[in-house]
Design a protein around this ligand. Structure first.
Ligand code: ADP
Ligand code: ZN
Length: 191
């Protein structure tokens, strides 16, 4: 894969849940470390799925990460030695993550951002659309549809095993919430 060597740039890795975004982010960052590059990784504090200090994929791969609340906290960890910045779950950050990514790339840093392109409704998620527009490289990857086995592009939200409704609140007390990867045909959002 061609990558510039004389300036910074932005790579985006996007897709639904279980598509391997974290896996791919970790793969790229580990290769950068093998190349003796100075790498720093960030994730939003809200995501403590498996570990508070690591980015962890569903398949168990992991890499050290710094949990932050707001995108501009990234600057607290950037000095002139940093060459690569990884950001996981980028959809959960504020819009400022886009200008931070641009600024870092302008400073000569390779920025790799991974996150959901769509929410459970199938609508563009947070800052991801803008990030895609300004990134040099975008990889949109698919999971496997848990209903039919075709490539899955969407995240199905289930509440007590049933497809969630469009207006269902994000946090429901006492309800069991889960997600699975689905294709366009099998993805269900009741209005
Ligand atoms: P993401 O960050 O996109 O949520 P991860 O990188 O954490 O994805 O996990 C990807 C891994 O999840 C796959 O390599 C596979 O082992 C596992 N997996 C579980 N369910 C599925 C599915 N429906 N489609 C694809 N991979 C799945
Ligand atoms: Zn399907």
């Amino acid at each position: 894969m061609y990558r510039p060597i004389n300036h910074g740039y932005i790579e985006a890795v996007i897709g639904p849940m279980y598509s391997g975004k974290s896996e791919e982010l970790i793969r790229r960052l580990k290769r950068a470390k093998i190349a003796k590059q100075n790498v720093v990784v960030f994730k939003p504090k809200i995501d403590d799925r498996y570990s508070k200090e690591d980015v962890v994929s569903h398949s168990g791969e992991s890499i050290d990460a710094i949990p932050i609340n707001k995108a501009n906290e990234i600057y607290d960890y950037i000095d002139n030695k940093v060459q690569v910045v990884g950001i996981d779950e980028v959809q959960f950050f504020d819009e400022e993550v886009v200008s931070v990514a641009v600024d870092l790339a302008n400073k000569g840093i390779r920025v790799i951002a991974a996150g959901l392109d769509m929410d459970f409704k199938g609508e563009p998620f947070g800052p991801t659309p803008k990030l895609l527009a300004i990134a040099e490289f975008v990889d949109k990857i698919q999971a496997v549809c848990s209903v039919c086995g075709q490539p899955a592009t969407r995240s199905q939200r289930l509440i007590n095993g049933e497809p969630a409704r469009y207006n269902d609140p994000i946090i429901q007390v006492g309800a069991v919430e889960s997600y699975e990867a689905r294709c366009r045909k099998c993805h269900v959002v009741y209005k």
